[in-house]
Design a protein around this ligand. Structure first.
Ligand code: R5P
Length: 285
């Protein structure tokens, strides 16, 4: 059975339809002091898949912990968490004295509650596999097939641009699947909302799509778009996996000359245009 919080119901509906499994919304209410109360309706002995995208994560993480416990008490056998956006993966070491390794502590917590955790393009730098962070069967699914399908249908022949060296492996994977050329830039972060970005010499092209895993302040995408305009590219679109888009981000990106902004549906957002249910359903089967 599939269980989903209200904020992740759209994706859960697609998953339930693909997998032909019943979908049950998780009921959520709050006590006067702000505590959350969750209630699930589960069939004793059945496996349970809990769907929740964990952007804006703090209260949501607590509610996911409560839902895992509720499902166990309701007799769930194997518990799977589908968290298409998985937070706290970036703080993967003590960057400054006095800070935690959030990735480890959140990973251990989820691994202790669920037999399996699935996400899409977890932001992993110094570890290669999600199972190194979350004990048990944890997988970060590549978004490349979904992005490549969108590029092939909506921007055939466009040059794909990754903003930095880090993005090279998966921009290459998207480009190979979509059968288009690709380059990556060099990025230097100057502040929370300021980046400097340079591009290598570009092959002749009139259209480019900037691809990134996360759009937060939008500074990275805006800098890439400005660099492409300086290089004479006439039409620039962007496609990202996780649409965080903090306040002002969309305006910043559009002001840099970007025509179309699309995202995968790992975080519900008006830019969602690339479904991830096919990837997640294939992994759940
Ligand atoms: C960096 O490692 C990521 O891949 C993104 O480029 C970054 O998180 C984007 O952030 P912003 O939108 O604030 O530039």
């Amino acid at each position: 059975m599939i269980h989903a919080f209200a904020d992740s119901l759209a994706l859960a509906r697609h998953l339930a339809a693909r997998l032909r499994r019943p979908l049950r919304p998780v009921a959520l209410s709050h006590f006067p002091d702000g505590e959350s109360l969750v209630r699930v309706a589960h069939r004793r002995g059945a496996d349970a898949v809990l769907v929740r995208s964990l952007h804006d994560p703090n209260a949501k993480l607590v509610e996911v912990i409560l839902a895992a416990d509720a499902l166990r008490h309701a007799g769930a056998r194997r518990l799977t968490l589908v968290a298409p956006y998985l937070p706290y993966m970036r703080q993967d070491r003590v960057f400054a004295a006095g800070e935690p390794v959030s990735q480890r502590i959140v990973g251990a917590l989820l691994g202790g509650l669920f037999e399996r955790v699935l996400t899409v393009e977890a932001h992993l730098h110094r570890v290669r596999r999600l199972s190194e962070v979350i004990p048990g069967a944890a997988r970060s699914l590549p978004a490349a097939p979904a992005l490549a399908a969108w590029v092939a249908a909506a921007a055939p022949g466009a040059l794909l641009v990754g903003p930095d060296a880090e993005s090279a492996p998966w921009v290459r994977a998207v480009a190979r699947r979509a059968g288009v050329a690709w380059v990556v830039g060099e990025k230097e972060r100057l502040g929370a909302r300021r980046v400097r970005l340079t591009l290598p010499p570009l092959p002749a092209c009139r259209r480019a799509v900037v691809i990134d895993d996360i759009a937060s302040s939008g500074a990275t995408l805006a800098a890439a778009a400005r660099a492409l305009r300086r290089a004479g590219v006439a039409r620039i679109d962007v496609a990202v996996v996780h649409a965080i888009f903090a306040a002002g981000a969309l305006r910043r990106i559009r002001a840099a000359g970007v025509r179309r902004i699309v995202s995968c549906d790992t975080i519900p957002h008006p830019t969602n245009a690339i479904p991830t249910a096919p990837l997640l359903a294939a992994a759940l089967r």
